[in-house]
Design a binder for this molecule. Structure first.
Ligand SMILES: [Zn+2]
Length: 335
């Protein structure tokens, strides 16, 4: 098991951090105002800002290292990196978020340090996006059965990239069937909604294997949303999970210290970010919010070193092969 010494990566020796911040015990190994945000979305998936707009926004903040982590897509990364070139000192890490499922829980995984040309990477993402399109089409179909006629072409237009329920919700609001996207989710598209069509998802183990097979790290996003976390974490750590989101302000910051302890106990790198989509809701946390706590820059160094190890393993053919798209090879029983 790897051991991670967070005392070395805490904010105490961090010259970039604000002098007005509280002591290290208050930020639980993190940094306030944040310098690092490893979880951001753009119009390449369900974010509302283009990669350029997002970079322009973060460039105005304390953030210096950001990761673009769109769902099932690397399409926004090139544009984000080009935009960041206008802002010396701002680094963009190429990432991907994957929605996986085991038993009755969703498990979101984030991969960092993508080599977007890695063999198999784009093919796998394309398969995942095909599954999304099919489920979205099915949802539009089911809505029609309930007297809600939204235009499929319009949904694709709104999506621009990887299509998902938020885009259907917006099309519904636009056509006047619901008041807003939240209303659409509550009445039609949410987990108990009448028009919900589930898409096939890889298992978390397949997700971790995929990331490693293409030379990326695998980290667990917002662990608070995982049912039966201890069990899920157990088999993901066995599979070589690299990190876990500890600094995820959107999901509550009260138990940061406890999550940091979970990370340390499992030899995981403590990462995190805002999971920003620019949805514009009043309670949405904007990247670089000076009142939030971000991961220490040292966590990025640890993550990069881990990615280098996975890339080296891939080159020497020690990396796991890309798993069956929706097979759950080796996934634990969901019982
Ligand atoms: Zn996300």
């Amino acid at each position: 098991m790897r051991t991670v010494d967070y005392t070395k990566t805490g904010n105490t020796d961090n010259t970039l951090s604000s002098s007005t911040q509280n002591g290290p015990e208050d930020v639980a190994g993190g940094v306030r105002p944040p310098i690092v945000d490893l979880h951001l979305h753009t119009t390449a998936s369900d974010g509302q800002l283009s990669p350029t707009e997002l970079i322009e926004l973060v460039a105005e903040t304390s953030l210096r290292i950001v990761a673009i982590t769109d769902h099932d897509s690397t399409e926004g990364i090139g544009e984000a990196q080009a935009a960041a070139e206008r802002h010396p000192g701002l680094t963009v890490i190429p990432g991907i978020e994957l929605g996986t499922e085991v038993g009755d829980t969703e498990v979101h995984l984030i991969g960092h340090f993508a080599d977007t040309d890695a063999p198999g990477l784009q093919e796998y993402l394309a398969h995942l996006r095909d599954g999304r399109v099919e489920a979205a089409r099915g949802t539009v179909e089911r809505l029609r059965e309930h007297g809600i006629n939204i235009d499929w072409e319009r949904v694709l237009e709104i999506a621009g990239g990887a299509v998902g329920r938020p885009h259907i919700a917006r099309a519904m609001a636009e056509a006047g069937y619901v008041e807003n996207a939240q209303d659409a989710f509550r009445r039609y598209l949410g987990s108990n909604g009448i028009a919900r069509v589930k898409r096939p998802k890889p298992t978390p183990v397949d997700g971790v294997r995929f990331f490693h097979s293409v030379g990326m790290t695998a980290t667990l996003a917002h662990p608070q949303t995982v049912k039966g976390l201890a069990r899920v974490l157990g088999f993901l750590v066995d599979e070589g999970l690299d990190g876990i989101e500890v600094f995820a302000p959107k999901y509550g910051t009260n138990d940061r210290a406890r999550r940091l302890e979970v990370a340390a106990r499992n030899g995981l790198i403590a990462v995190g970010g805002t999971d920003y989509h620019a949805w514009g809701s009043a309670d949405e946390i904007v990247p670089g919010d000076p009142n939030t706590v971000g991961p220490p820059p040292g966590a990025v160094d640890d993550l990069r070193a881990a990615a280098d190890r996975w890339k080296a393993a891939r080159k020497s053919a020690n990396a796991p092969v890309i798993p069956e798209i929706f097979g759950g090879r080796g996934a634990p029983d969901s019982g």
